[in-house]
Structures are given as C-alpha cells and as structure tokens.
Design a protein. Structure first.
Length: 158
C-alpha cells in the first residue's frame, strides 16, 4: 500500500512537472515557423495553473483526498475509485455538478454507495479545476471539461 501510494505520488509529481515544462517557453516571434501541432496539444488538456489549483483542492484536508485517497482509488464499497471511473470519464459535466451540489440529485450511477457525497466546492472555477485534475491524475487520461461546458449548471444555495 505504501509503495503504491508512493508510486502514485511520484507519477502525479512527474506529470505535474511534464505539464509545466510542456507549457513553458516556446517563443512565437517567427510567424513562418509557428508549430500548430504543439499549440493543439496544449489546448487539448487543462493548463498547468488549472492542474495546480485542482491538486491543491484535492489535497486540502477534509476534501477529496480524505475519501478518495492520495492515489484516487477510494475505499472499496464506501468511497468510489476515481481511477477509470466510468461516471467521471463519460459524464464530466455531471461530475462537476456533483462536486458543486453533492451526489444526491445527480443520476447516472452504476454503483450505489452507502452515503452520498456532499457538496465540496462553491465555484464553477474550483469544480472544473478539481475535475480536470482527477481526470488527468492517478493514471486517468480522461481529457478535460471547460468552464463553458458547465455554464448552465446552477449552484444550489448553501
Ligand atoms: C466525505 C467523503 C468524500 C469527499 C470529501 C469527496 N467525495 Fe467524491 N464521492 C464520495 C462518495 C460517497 C461518492 C459516491 C456517491 C454516490 O454515488 O452517491 C463519491 C463520488 C465521487 C465521484 C463519482 C465517482 C463514481 O464513479 O461514481 C467523483 C468524480 C468524485 N466523488 C470526486 C470527488 C472530488 C473531486 C472531491 C473533492 C473536491 C470529492 N469527490 C470529495 C465521497 C467523497
């Protein structure tokens, strides 16, 4: 377990580093040599800032890490594994909604858990960042969700 945690953390750190280095640099002074492939790659995933913001939320004591664990694998039958979660990977907007408003009213579940997940964050910015973080951490390579895609999600009053 310890070794697995360590590997997960090492992978997360490595990925974080790769994100930062892949987003840095790249002077675009010379118009004729603009590399559109590289630009597309960066645009296809969350920004390094978004990943850092998502990681900070995930690791805040009492937040995601407390139930879904440092390796994202949760606790069997109690807190779902986020690694390869079909709900997370296929219903990104619902995943953002769930982080904002809790799981009680969010459908599309294949497994029933003993308790619902309560609302976690209060802004679409934070919810999008943390979902993009989990989509791209712990071995998940699930792409990203944008603020524009969740603009119609209404945040329940607290
Ligand atoms: C107090 C424990 C707890 C915390 C904290 C928590 N969750 Fe959850 N999470 C759950 C439970 C329980 C479920 C299953 C709820 C259900 O299906 O009704 C769940 C489900 C999920 C799912 C759906 C997974 C699936 O396969 O159904 C995602 C995605 C998720 N949580 C992400 C997060 C993120 C991101 C955070 C932090 C912002 C977070 N959770 C914080 C307990 C927690």
């Amino acid at each position: 377990m310890k070794t697995r945690n360590f590997i997960a953390i090492a992978m997360a750190s490595f990925f974080g580093l790769a994100m930062i280095t892949s987003c840095g640099g790249g002077k675009s002074g010379d118009q004729s040599t603009t590399d559109t492939t590289a630009v597309k790659e960066v645009a296809a995933g969350p920004t390094a800032e978004q990943m850092a913001m998502g990681k900070a939320i995930y690791e805040t004591p009492g937040k995601c890490i407390t139930c879904h664990m440092a390796n994202g694998q949760g606790v069997a039958s109690v807190f779902p594994n986020l690694v390869g979660s079909q709900f997370l990977l296929n219903s990104k907007v619902l995943a953002v909604t769930q982080v904002l408003n809790g799981s009680a009213k969010v459908g599309n579940k294949t497994i029933k858990y003993p308790a619902p997940m309560l609302p976690q964050v209060g802004s679409a910015d934070s919810a999008v960042a943390v979902i993009n973080y989990v989509l791209n951490s712990f071995g998940n390579k699930g792409g990203m969700v944008t603020l524009d895609e969740v603009k119609d999600v209404v945040i329940d009053p607290r």
